[in-house]
Write a protein that binds this ligand. Structure first.
Ligand code: THG
Length: 369
């Protein structure tokens, strides 16, 4: 496969860390929220093993914040998500599917609640700010909606806990999963959450002051040798085996949250008001007609650049592969597929055509690990 370079421009924004990661060996970018998001630092497999053993610092500034403040802020955030936020607490993060009136997924952000009147919606790759503004205008809500200058740096991997304790002191060890608070470094305050797009553990630092953020970035690498620190990025192999879904890849606006296995983030029985609630009730009573599942394929290579059909022995299409890659732990290709009823059962077998060759595969539950 031939590789092409990315033509940078003002429209395709870099991040405060771009110059750092380009010195540290970034080899591929993807585009996310109109920004550069590093996709590889050399071998994906090598980075996968490193992430599961040591600690990495990721430039995930492309996970943009939609800041919603004002008297009706809580109302607007609730209108956008099927997760009941009526009992949400200040200083906590919530993974929240955002859906439209037809219950189609718009985004799957992490929502940060500062207080009733201030929220950040930490978005995946769709323009949530436009959706939020449209709803606010249509509903005459008293809110202010902006994209603040916040550039997330993630510290991920099992050694992230010791590294961060060394920088921020014992106080940071009290931070719970999906909790956030402010921590001092070199005279600057940083909002830090225990979260991140890997299941290896770690933190996300929501940098609001570029200069202080870069100072912290450099400091992590100055003292990180003993933890075998490296620059990294969300890893395709790790996120697939962990079942972390990717908006636009694994699901899009034609999918509803039940089909994506988001059941525990859907509250149709409480009395909060949100878009798509009636539709969700209907889907729940009728039952879903397809579901995101794991798949294992008996091959050691795949490049998923679009949906790929999965067929049964009679050539019926049973679903489509949406993400996938070779996994060195499973020693085969594993992936995430939207599987049609009645085929969405573990152990269902299928065939897939990859570059003119047919391979066998099996459906399984998510997550893989
Ligand atoms: N961090 C922040 N913003 C983000 C992401 C992130 N925005 C874009 C994208 N990632 C959104 N997608 C996800 C997907 C999964 C999780 C977070 C963001 C996640 N899920 C946990 C899980 O599945 O185990 C916990 C969810 C829960 O139960 O609360 O962390 O990574 N800032």
């Amino acid at each position: 496969m031939k590789n092409f370079s990315i033509a940078k421009s003002r429209r395709l924004r870099g991040t405060p860390y771009t110059s750092r990661i380009e010195k540290q060996g970034v080899t591929a970018y993807t585009i996310y929220n109109h920004m550069l998001l590093p996709a590889a630092f050399g071998s994906l497999e090598d980075s996968y093993h490193h992430l599961k053993e040591h600690v990495q610092v990721w430039d995930v500034a492309a996970e943009r914040q939609v800041e919603i403040t004002g008297k009706d802020a809580a109302k607007l955030v609730q209108l956008m998500t099927c997760r009941d936020l009526s009992k949400s607490k200040d200083g906590r993060c919530y993974y929240c599917p955002i859906i439209d009136d037809n219950a189609g997924l718009i985004n799957d952000p992490v929502v940060l609640r500062f207080n009733e009147n201030k929220w950040w919606v930490s978005i995946a790759d769709t323009d949530v700010i436009l959706f939020a503004k449209g709803l606010a205008i249509g509903n005459k809500f008293d809110v202010n909606i902006i994209e603040p200058e916040v550039d997330i740096m993630a510290v991920q991997g099992p050694k992230s806990f010791k590294l961060m304790e060394k920088v921020f002191g014992e106080k940071i060890t009290n931070l719970k999963f999906f909790g956030f608070d402010y921590f001092d470094f070199a005279g600057a305050k940083h909002l830090i959450a225990q979260s991140g797009w890997s299941k290896q553990g770690g933190y996300e630092i929501y940098v609001e002051n570029n200069e202080a953020g870069l100072k912290l970035y450099d400091h992590l690498f100055e003292i990180g040798d003993e933890f075998n620190i490296r620059a990294g990025c969300p890893n395709l192999i790790e996120r697939i085996e962990s079942g972390l879904l990717s908006q636009g890849n694994d699901m899009d606006n034609a999918d509803n949250p039940y089909e994506c296995g988001f059941d525990k983030y859907i509250n149709i029985d409480s009395d909060v008001e949100f878009l798509g609630k009636e539709k969700l009730k209907k889907i729940k009573s009728e039952g879903i007609k397809r579901k995101l599942m794991g798949v294992k394929i008996d091959t050691d290579k795949i490049s998923v650049t679009g949906s790929m059909n999965l067929t049964d022995e009679k050539n019926n299409i049973i679903g489509e592969l949406r993400s996938g890659c070779y996994n060195p732990t499973f020693k085969q290709v594993i992936g995430i597929a939207m599987i049609k009823k009645p085929y969405f059962e573990a152990k269902q077998t299928f065939k897939i055509d990859i570059n003119g060759n047919s391979f066998n595969g099996t459906v399984c539950d998510l997550p893989f690990i």
